[in-house]
Write a protein of this length. Structure first.
Length: 276
């Protein structure tokens, strides 16, 4: 089976901080988390490709490490950059990342006022559409943005949109509200679900039984062909107590997916969105 990790974050070695400076008070990875460290975890688990996700809690809008790593390892990786919709110069940054660094995605955040339905957001997402790449929509658990995402997805109907972390789906707060929001967005054929919350959304240790039903409900709403698995590496930071291999085995061994569903969620959807 072709397995693609659609959501690892990568961090330069601390010795390279002069080249890749970090923000003040960053969220540290908690374990070695370079592109090479990720590849070692992937090889141990039989994962063939990765979609590097810009780490805004460490680098903000400085995407150079993701871009350089994507360019260096383009035979097995691509990247998603995080840019500000309020900075018109970032339109050129996005074009350069796509044309010269093998980047295939934009992490689409809200504007400076917390909105998705602004002219600035539409401008940046339209640029992504014109470049033929995917937008990873990241609004955490701000469910007030759902109608705005829905409207923009309808307007940009030829743009593939992925809901990062499924609105931080978890079993402690906003569970039903988040699931209903996802089911609403699943009616839009160009919206997809990123399945990364099986570990960090759980209040239990592996195999996180409390997240099985919510995950299957998301899969039922979107269908496996519009769901993609991601490890949320580095797991010491984002899924404490659950290893990289367990993040994967949750989907291969624990939640009861058929082989055909696994093939879609663990590889085929990501191949279409970021590698085609």
């Amino acid at each position: 089976m072709n397995i693609i990790d659609a959501h690892p974050h990568i961090y330069a070695d601390p010795s390279d901080q002069a080249k890749y400076p970090v923000i003040d008070d960053p969220w540290n990875p908690g374990e070695p988390a370079t592109a090479e460290d990720l590849k070692s975890k992937m090889d141990e688990s039989g994962v063939s490709k990765a979609v590097f996700i810009q780490t805004s809690t460490y680098y903000a809008y400085d995407n150079r490490y993701v871009m350089d790593s994507t360019q260096k390892y383009s035979e097995w990786a691509t990247g998603v950059v995080t840019l500000s919709p309020d900075d018109p110069q970032h339109l050129d940054v996005l074009q350069d990342a796509v044309e010269n660094y093998s980047v295939r995605g934009l992490r689409g955040t809200s504007d400076q006022h917390g909105r998705i339905d602004s002219a600035n957001v539409k401008r940046l997402w339209s640029k992504a559409r014109d470049l033929g790449i995917t937008v990873n929509c990241m609004v955490l658990d701000d469910l007030d943005r759902v109608p705005e995402i829905e409207a923009l997805a309808r307007e940009l109907s030829d743009l593939n949109i992925v809901i990062d972390h499924c609105f931080m789906l978890n079993t402690v707060r906003k569970t039903e509200e988040s699931l209903k929001a996802l089911e609403r967005l699943a009616k839009q054929p160009n919206i997809h679900a990123k399945l990364t919350s099986g570990t960090h959304g759980s209040s239990r240790v592996y195999p996180h039984e409390d997240m099985h039903a919510p995950l299957k409900r998301v899969i039922d709403a979107f269908t496996p062909d519009r769901c993609a698995w991601g490890s949320n590496f580095p797991n010491a930071l984002w899924s404490k107590g659950t290893s990289y291999a367990q993040n994967l085995s949750l989907f291969t061994d624990e939640i009861g997916l058929s082989n055909s569903d696994q093939e879609a969620i663990l590889g085929r959807t990501a191949e279409r969105l970021w590698f085609s």
